[in-house]
Design a protein around this ligand. Structure first.
Ligand SMILES: Cc1ncc(COP(=O)(O)O)c(C=O)c1O
Length: 433
């Protein structure tokens, strides 16, 4: 965490000159922020709320905006490396299947504790190709959580399957493993958990259920690069796992990109075929496939960024810890829970309050951007109305959709920005918004 000043330092400068991630000591925040948070907490509770907090939050020098994410900051230390890689790519024209694709696949397989990684065009490609390659038959049922980004369901239906929704838990906002057994029918072939907001579901419990019922387990790890739970890494729990490298993800490309990881050599080879028109040898089409390759350009970007991922995740953890310390017990806020043994990577930091839109508008007025993930759960979306689910069927999902508000969290967030967010939230609750 870097100290804030009215002139914001670039990520590169503030990391201390080097573009080598090893030299950047992430996770340290200055005594200034600790002091601020303690005075903020005391002030929030003070009956006459004329505190340093309010003063700080309204101070003219603290009028900088706080974006929801700041990709410019994150890209700064890798920009030169990427530019020279892209320059070489323009010269050699290996725009698809260039050597950087295989190099990134090797690096990301190792990062994920898996034998194989297959780069594809998006997280959705990884999920739908993965389901097909893992043996999903037309009409097979796939159990998925009711809270997720819509792509989880798109993957199932586009691969020919039928999504079967179950509710999430309030502990980790992941699929409620205790409800899986009751949802299984003779048509069920897979369970596809989503590690929502960067926190793994209870993978050990889930592994036990799928093993007992002989089902496949494919993880939607699109939001969870580098997270662990009970010593299992995101992507290492089941048959295969999908990652998205959408630009704002913890590991983001500069456009759409994704990957599937697995230990199964046959499955990996089927996905390699599917991503390129179902071909085995060139122009030998074994099955109907897709155009779903990982572009060489995106592989160049991802190779440059991967060494930073753990440092960036550490930075997110520091910010999440500060939010959790400062906002605990404020107003009607409900903060994210972290079950014992879980190490989230905080793709999103989602608080809950009765009127999230009102708080969002208040924060926007102070120049603070927030997000809602996701206000319309898939079962209530027109796109999936035909599944026949009703309002009220998934109470935890619907409560989270009604109450959730995502706060800014990104590597390179300054102390000044964090201070502004915490101060404004305190002001909203203690000073009538
Ligand atoms: C949980 C989840 N699943 C799937 C996807 C799809 O990834 P992509 O946008 O790369 O296709 C996303 C991306 O936002 C996601 O958050």
């Amino acid at each position: 965490m870097r100290t804030g000043s009215s002139e914001r330092l670039s990520w590169h400068e503030s990391c201390g000159k080097s573009s080598d991630p090893q030299t950047f000591a992430s996770g340290n925040y200055t005594p200034g922020v600790a002091r601020y948070i303690h005075s903020a907490r005391a002030a929030f509770r003070h009956p006459h709320y004329a505190s340093t907090v309010l003063k700080d939050a309204r101070e003219p020098t603290l009028t900088a905006t706080v974006p929801f994410v700041d990709l410019e900051q994150m890209n700064a230390p890798v920009k030169d490396q990427i530019l020279s890689g892209v320059g070489r790519l323009i010269d050699n024209s290996a725009f698809t299947n260039g050597p950087q694709v295989a190099a990134f696949e090797r690096a990301f397989a190792a990062y994920s504790d898996r034998a194989y990684c297959i780069g594809v065009g998006s997280g959705l490609d990884a999920l739908r190709l993965g389901l097909r390659a893992a043996g999903l038959r037309p009409g097979d049922e796939v159990i998925v959580p009711a809270t997720t980004f819509i792509a989880t369901l798109e993957a199932v239906t586009q691969a020919g399957g039928q999504p079967v929704l179950i509710d999430i838990t309030n502990d980790d906002y992941g699929l409620d493993t205790s409800q899986v057994a009751a949802a299984i029918t003779s048509a069920t072939s897979f369970v596809m958990p989503v590690h929502l907001y960067g926190q793994l579901v209870d993978v050990r419990a889930l592994q036990a259920v799928v093993a007992k019922h002989g089902l496949g387990l494919i993880e939607d790890a699109c939001q969870a690069h580098g997270a662990t739970r009970d010593s299992i890494r995101a992507g290492a729990a089941g048959t295969a796992a999908a990652f998205s490298f959408y630009p704002s993800k913890n590991l983001g490309a500069m456009g759409d990109a994704g990957a599937l990881v697995t230990d199964d050599a046959d499955l990996a080879s089927r996905v390699r075929g599917l991503r390129e028109h179902g071909q085995g040898a060139k122009y030998e089409h074994l099955v109907e496939g897709y155009t779903a390759r990982l572009d060489t350009l995106q592989a160049i970007v991802l190779l440059a960024k991967l060494p930073w991922l753990d440092w960036w995740n550490a930075e997110r953890r520091s910010i999440a810890a500060l939010y959790s310390e400062a906002l605990d017990g404020i107003g009607d806020l409900r903060l994210p829970r972290v079950p014992r043994g879980s190490e989230p990577v905080w793709h999103l930091y989602v608080i809950r309050t009765r009127e999230p839109e009102r708080l969002a508008a208040f924060l926007a007025n102070r120049g603070i951007a927030t997000g809602r993930h996701y206000p319309q759960p898939p079962h209530l979306s027109p796109a999936y109305a035909h599944l026949g689910y009703q309002q009220g069927q998934f109470p935890v999902t619907e409560a989270l959709a009604a109450e959730g508000l995502s706060l800014p969290i990104f590597p390179g967030m300054t102390e000044q920005q964090l201070t502004l967010v915490i101060g404004a939230i305190g002001d909203y609750f203690f000073n009538g918004g």
